[in-house]
Every structure is written in C-alpha cells, then in structure tokens.
Design a protein around this ligand. Structure first.
Ligand code: FAD
Ligand code: PYC
Length: 404
C-alpha cells in the first residue's frame, strides 16, 4: 500500500551481529531499548547490541495499556517511578520522536472505608516524596470524570479517590521506536529475530551469549526480558522469585471523546482510559494461572467488563473490537528486580509485572548507569535480588493498580 512512497529512510539499520560487544542487552522491549539508548548517549558505551528474539517492542511494550503515574507508597518505589515521570516529561524532545505523552491525570477510586484509609495514607506518603497526589471527594471525582456513576445505586458506591494530575498515558509503540531509533543513531546494533539460547559462563563470569545466529561475546550482559526472565535466568543457573502470568487488555470500537482522564478501581477491579483514536482502553487483573501463551481466558474478560459497566453504566452497549494478552513477570512484593547476580557481569532488570511501562525511561536510565559503572545506581540499589534474603521487601501491592 505504501509502494508509491519513495526514499523513505529506514528508522534503524539491520546489522549483522559482531563477534564481540562491550555490553549485550537481551530483550528489545522498551526497557532494553531505553537501557541501550542511555548507555550510548549518556554513558559513552557505544559498542552495544540489543538482542531480540522477535521484533522490537513486540512483547509487553506492545501489549500494555500505557498508564504512566508515580503514586507509589514506599520511598524507594516513589523515587524510581518519579525519576521515570521526570524523564517522560522531556522524552519526545530528547528522542526527537513524538511519544504522545499526555498528562491527563489518574483517578484511583475508593469504595470502602478501608480503601479510603489506604488512599489517605498513600497520598500522605506521596506528598512527603514531592508527588502531586491529593484525596478527592465523590463530587470532585464527578467534576474530573462526569460519566462516572457516583450515585448510591452502585453496588460499590464511590467514596472518594486519589488524584495524580501529572499522570497520564503515552503511545507505547512510539516509545519503543523512539528509543530504538535513538540507540541506533548512537551506534547500537539492534539484532532482531535473534534468540538468546544460553550463556557462556566460565569461573563465575559471563563471557557472552549463545544465540540462534551463533555465539556473541561480551563481559557485561543485561537481561531485560519481562515474562521470559525466569527462563533466561534458569539458563544461567539462577532461580528468580518470579511468576509469569497472562495479563489481558481489550479495546472498544472508536467513540467520540468521552473520557478526560484514566480511571482505575482496585476494588471493583477494572480500569479504563480513551486513546486518541477514540477506543476505550480497558483492563483489569492477571489471569490466575501461570503460562507463556499471550492470550488469557474468558472469565477475566467478563469480570473486567462487569467492572467497567459498574463504574460507567453508559458503556453497557459499547462493542469491543480487540482483545490480547501479554506475559507479566510478577514478584512477591510487586516491585521490580534491578540487580547484579552471582554470575559476575550478568545483570537482570525484570519483575515489573503489571506496571513497568510507566517506568520505561527511568528503568533504562538507572540500569544503563549501573551497567556502565559496574555498581548499581542508588535509585536501583534497593531493588536487588538480595532483598529476598535480607527481608527488605518493598511491598507495593496496594499501589500496583491491578491485583496480583
Ligand atoms: P517487553 O516489552 O516484554 O520486552 C522484553 C523482550 O524480551 C520481548 O520483546 C521478548 O521477545 C524479548 N525476549 C524474551 N526472551 C528472549 C530471548 N531468550 N532472547 C531474546 N529476546 C528475548 N505497565 C504500566 O506501567 N502501565 C500500564 O497501563 C500497563 N498495562 C499493561 C497491560 C497489559 C495487558 C500488559 C500485558 C502489561 C501492562 N503493563 C503496564 C506492564 C508493562 O507492559 C511491562 O511491565 C513493560 O512493558 C515491560 O517492558 P519490557 O521492555 O521489560 O518488556
Ligand atoms: O501499573 O498503572 C499500572 C497499570 C494499569 C494497568 C496495568 N498496569
């Protein structure tokens, strides 16, 4: 269909793998590409390969519902997600690529007294960390999102919400493509259709990776493989405390603009925003079983849509257009792992579970700093694998937005 367009520039090269790189990133999703971009651009490490078994940004980066916020409870998580939010604000300019970051705010609804106590506590904690959260009443909720049912007729009436005005959504593909083009322009090799099948390890040190296109050497390897992280870790003899679950999303037929913001409810358990194309972008929680099939089951879809209609009765006859699933790597404390491992030079950045899209620039930035310096960046350090031995867990289940 585009055959008549001539001289369109490729966004990035399609190089043959070199024998050796200074750093290999396994996984060409948003986090892996962001890591490579900041390594080359900010930390001067340009002899880098991103190895992706499929196509760039085709994993959870392509499949998520693009909510960006930083209203996490604990200082460590607040620092990490707020660092990311700061980078989001200038990302289109930095990449010279429109990632369509739209700060339209997020409402996290409360439907019980305990919800409201939790919301109050989290908002207080957020404010101490300089995050623009506030507690809003049902009337204020209605002003922000007029189509929400705040009446007492609802099965779970809305008692209030937390409101983060600087939160929003972004265009997921553009984020992957912008980081990819930026990384390539700084000399990073993006190797698609290249699968890592094992690690070359000697005397406790990583020497490179085995792939379906041959062996590639590097003394620093960062694995950023989301739902496949456990599989990769096993290849290196490492057991990560992760479970891989399907997480689904669906979009409706396009509608005229009707929603102003992002609305999430942990209690009724569903969330919705409206894309610039007009689709309602909808999701809820993980499917309860473990698996690697990027699909999900019907009961979850039914439960999700019940929640949406409970919150927005006027959507009851909207038709759904598409449904899909991604595989999310959930951690016991609902926080990511950014860590060295027992294998020298081998690092993991994973466990983002249901909530890593918002962290894409921040995660890439602090992970790149860590790989470049051989020491974990101070913002990343609390997210070490060691916390599962020391007990210094960072429990963010309440802020995770979707239950798991
Ligand atoms: P991915 O984009 O999955 O990239 C990992 C890459 O590694 C993949 O491309 C994969 O092919 C590659 N790979 C794996 N194994 C190998 C191998 N052996 N060799 C080479 N390559 C390999 N987060 C939010 O913040 N907000 C949301 O609204 C949100 N909604 C979500 C909705 C759904 C339905 C889903 C599924 C997730 C959602 N998330 C959300 C979570 C978010 O999508 C992820 O946390 C984030 O995108 C992870 O990014 P990534 O780059 O680490 O992973
Ligand atoms: O982390 O905000 C989030 C989120 C929303 C939907 C899935 N994850």
């Amino acid at each position: 269909a585009f055959g008549h367009h001539e001289n369109w520039e490729r966004q990035w090269r399609n190089p043959e793998p070199k024998k050796r790189y200074d750093v290999i990133i396994v996984g060409g999703g948003g986090h892996g590409l962001a890591t490579a971009y900041y390594l080359a651009k900010e930390f001067g490490v340009k002899n880098v390969a991103v190895i992706e078994k499929g196509w760039l940004g085709g994993g959870n980066t392509a499949r998520n519902t693009t909510i960006v916020r930083s209203n996490y409870l604990w200082d460590e998580a607040a620092r990490l997600y707020n660092h990311s939010l700061d980078l989001w604000k200038g990302l289109s300019q930095d990449l010279n690529y429109n990632v369509m970051f739209s700060q339209r705010g997020v409402l996290n609804l409360g439907h019980t007294l305990q919800d409201m106590r939790d919301i109050q506590r989290r908002v207080n904690a957020n404010r101490l960390n300089g995050i623009d959260s506030e507690v809003v009443t049902p009337q204020q909720v209605k002003e922000i999102e007029p189509e929400l049912d705040i009446s007492n007729r609802a099965r779970y009436p809305i008692m209030g919400a937390s409101w983060q005005k600087s939160a929003g959504v972004a265009r997921h593909d553009a984020v992957a493509w912008g980081f990819a083009r930026g990384a390539d322009s700084h000399g990073v090799d993006l190797l698609q259709n290249t699968e890592v099948t094992g690690f070359k390890i000697r005397d406790g040190k990583v020497l490179g990776v085995h792939t379906n296109r041959g062996d590639i050497e590097a003394h620093t390897v960062g694995c950023v493989a989301a739902g496949n992280s456990g599989v990769l870790a096993k290849m290196a003899g490492i057991k990560l405390p992760l479970e891989s679950h399907p997480l689904q999303a669906l979009v409706s037929e396009p509608l005229k603009p009707i929603l102003n913001t992002v609305t999430m409810s942990n209690h009724v358990h569903g969330y919705v925003s409206q894309s610039d194309k007009g689709d309602l972008v909808i999701g809820a929680g993980i499917d309860g079983y473990l698996g690697y099939g990027q699909r999900g089951s019907y009961p979850t879809i039914e439960h999700t849509l019940q929640a949406i209609v409970e919150m927005f009765p006027m959507f009851s006859r909207v038709r759904m257009n598409r449904q899909w699933g991604g595989i999310v790597d959930t951690c016991p404390d609902a926080c990511p792992i950014l860590s060295k491992t027992k294998v020298k030079g081998l690092y993991f950045n994973c466990g983002w579970g249901t909530g890593g899209f918002k962290a894409t620039p921040g995660s890439g930035h602090v992970f790149a700093a860590s790989l470049a310096k051989g020491e974990m960046h101070p913002i990343a350090a609390p997210f070490s694998i060691d916390r599962f031995h020391t007990g210094a867990l960072i429990d963010e289940h309440g802020a995770a937005g979707v239950a798991h």
